[in-house]
Design a protein around this ligand. Structure first.
Ligand code: RUQ
Ligand code: CUA
Length: 669
């Protein structure tokens, strides 16, 4: 990273400790925390502020900090959905407390939740059917809509690592569908139709590839312009209910982020790398790229009229939306625009310049109408260096992250338009607030709807640097909570986060209205009723074990199989009590699942070594939770070549490399 004004020298650092720089925030926070009773003693105070003496108790708790405290037993007003980057998951948070409520596995393997390759059969199959990858890169979570506001049914998320999108049901908060898109290699931007409802889920593919990508268009001499000229990206539309791919539009450039309007007419994607470069100099050379608008009704009409092609083995209609098509409209934006989002009044899209210190306001009344797309630009405003994403408070103001400047800038949309039109009196920029450090996305309460509440803003900072106790070379990121209810933004809290959220979306908790706390067993065709448990051989090497859990009783407590049997355990949690989950772990077979109350799950493994293997409950469910266990007895089969015991399991050799030579021996440090 280049050094910027927010990187502190040692001298500045000591000033911070004394509270004499603008970074005196640290010690201010200490006073606040002490006054709020968050720190038990002067010693705690010392750790936070670096002051030897505890401050006097005259400091009062700022209203913003007090407002963000959610007392024990109380609930947050908002529910936020965070992506997890290469962790492949989605996280659910309470806002303003910033407490993480749940992690939802999506494109990953999660041994805690028993999801994926080492988990239950259904999630493993879902990932297998969508390409067979057990990792993903989640960036952009978007909720489903009715009439421009969240309807609480679904959350959708992209996978940048394999051209997939997934859906999470918001009754059970679990991933229920993954769609692999044809002809694309990476989905970055994702957006849901806001009106009249979702409707379509749109996916913007980022990395250009030959179409189809089957070995054609490969120039033997390696990376060169002649080769990349034949690469393309597609903007895909998926039905949000059936998760079927409906159509794809080929566009120019490579797509980045995307968004939809509040009338159901347009989806637009920003583009960087307008000239199809293949390395940093060639990708960043063009001074202007664009936001490409796709006209949804026109595409639908073209599909109906059969004006499309198909690519390779896929039967999905692909329409040509490259320059010159009447399906698309390319609005120029300086320089390599990144984030794009609709103002809540439905009038504009704001595109953020990334490599230009500017935001571009695009008038939605003028797209597809002005002959020259340049004339659809309502304003260009210089905001600061590295603008990436913009959100709104519903009072006419926008908040843009400045990655390089490490700031959040608040600006007024109509004033920006007036200034652009020559009004010298207006000052569109209201405030710049330092954030710690390098923000990517931001998220504000209900900002993604036509009913923003303008209460809280979160800055999703990519670097935390000096903000937390050191934990080795892997730093947490820093999500900062900011009060935006007043004229000025006020920083309220720092929150360390694990790798690596991109976007978040924050809904009033009452919008997420279908939440269920137990499963109804009748939805499971394979439900195991009490009294029907048992072992059944259904083939020479195929065994089904029906199991039930009712805390703390597991039935059966043992079963016999033969070496080489493929065993499927069907486990019904027959506790119908809220919050009473069981786990099922088959020792030394690499499988663990969770079964929530009322739920039935299946897990399949090969009993490939004779012996006794205990299975046990992995969720602390009862005072006799430890006793909730049983045995799988695997009988020897003469001639069967069992799974070998790996030698390193006996030697327990530590991993070792040169860097540990410096590590002090215990007692000698
Ligand atoms: S995009 S900040 Cu996917 Cu901005 Cu990450
Ligand atoms: Cu069931 Cu622990």
């Amino acid at each position: 990273m280049e050094k910027n004004e927010n990187d502190l020298t040692q001298e500045e650092d000591s000033q911070v400790v004394k509270g004499t720089t603008r970074r005196g925030f640290l010690s201010t926070m200490g006073k606040i925390a002490a006054a709020a009773g968050l720190l038990g003693s002067g010693a705690g105070m010392e750790a936070l502020s670096g002051c030897a003496k505890a401050p006097t108790s005259t400091a009062s708790v700022p209203a913003s900090v007090a407002k963000a405290l959610v007392a024990p037993g109380k609930w947050d007003k908002y529910m936020g959905f965070w992506s997890g980057g290469p962790s492949g998951e989605v996280r659910v948070k309470g806002i303003p407390s910033m407490k993480t409520l749940l992690r939802i596995p999506v494109f990953n393997n999660d041994t805690g939740r028993g999801y994926g390759l080492t988990g239950d059969d259904q999630s493993e199959k879902m990932l297998q059917d969508a390409g067979g990858y057990y990792e993903g890169d989640t960036h952009h979570p978007h909720l489903s809509y009715t009439d421009g506001d969240f309807n609480g049914k679904y959350l959708y998320i992209n996978d940048k690592s394999a051209g997939r999108i997934a859906r999470i049901r918001l009754d059970y908060f679990q991933t229920d569908a993954i769609t692999a898109l044809p002809n694309v290699s990476a989905v970055h931007g994702l957006a849901t139709q806001r009106y009249p409802k979702t409707g379509y889920v749109f996916a913007a593919s980022e990395f250009e590839v030959p179409m189809p990508n089957d070995g054609r268009d490969i120039v033997p001499t390696g990376n060169n312009a002649a080769q990349t000229k034949n690469y393309w990206t597609l903007l895909s539309a998926v039905d949000g209910e059936t998760m079927a791919v409906k159509w794809q539009v080929m566009v120019d450039g490579n797509q980045d982020n995307m968004t939809t309007d509040y009338k159901g007419l347009y989806v637009a994607a920003t583009c960087y790398n307008a000239d199809k470069g293949w390395n940093v100099p060639t990708m960043t050379k063009p001074p202007v790229a664009w936001a490409v608008f796709v006209n949804i009704p026109r595409v639908e009409a073209a599909v109906k009229a059969g004006k499309y092609k198909t690519i390779g083995k896929s039967s999905v209609p692909v329409l040509d939306g490259r320059h010159g098509s009447d399906l698309t409209y390319y609005v120029p934006v300086e320089k390599d625009p990144h984030g794009i989002s609709p103002t809540p009044d439905g009038k504009y899209f704001v595109a953020n310049g990334k490599l230009a210190p500017k935001v571009t306001v695009i008038d939605l009344e003028k797209v597809f109408k002005e002959k020259n797309p340049k004339d659809a630009v309502a304003a260009v405003l210089t905001v600061g260096v590295g603008p990436l994403h913009t959100v709104y408070d519903g009072r006419g103001n926008a908040y843009t992250t400045l990655f390089v400047d490490s700031q959040m800038v608040k600006w007024n949309i109509e004033d920006a338009i007036k200034a652009y039109n020559g009004d010298k009196k207006v000052k569109p920029i209201i405030q710049k607030l330092d954030v710690q450090y390098q923000p990517g996305h931001n998220a504000a309460t209900q900002s993604d709807t036509n009913k923003p509440t303008g209460e809280w803003l979160v800055s999703l900072n990519k670097f935390s640097k000096d903000r937390f106790l050191p934990v080795g070379p892997r730093f947490p990121e820093n999500d900062q909570l900011i009060d935006i209810s007043g004229h000025k933004m006020v920083l309220v809290s720092d929150n360390p986060v694990y790798i690596e959220p991109h976007q978040a979306t924050i809904a009033l908790a009452d919008r997420i209205k279908y939440v269920k706390k137990v499963y109804d067993p009748k939805y499971f065709a394979n439900h195991v009723a009490g009294g029907t448990e048992g072992v059944k051989r259904i083939g020479p090497h195929r065994v089904i074990v029906k199991l039930t859990g009712v805390a703390p009783i597991l039935t059966p407590v043992y079963f016999h199989v033969k070496e080489g049997d493929i065993v499927t355990v069907i486990y019904s949690n027959n506790d119908s009590v809220e919050n009473l989950a069981h786990g099922f772990n088959m020792t030394m077979h690499g499988k663990n699942i969770n079964i929530d109350p009322g739920e039935t799950k299946e897990v399949t493994f090969t009993a490939d070594r004779a012996g006794v293997y205990w299975y046990f409950c992995t969720i602390f469910c009862h005072a006799l939770h430890l006793e909730m266990r049983g045995r799988m007895i695997v009988e020897k089969v003469p001639g069967y070549r069992s799974r070998p015991i790996k030698p390193n399991r006996l030697s327990g050799k530590p991993s070792f490399d040169e860097r540990f030579k410096d590590f002090p021996e215990v007692g000698k440090a």
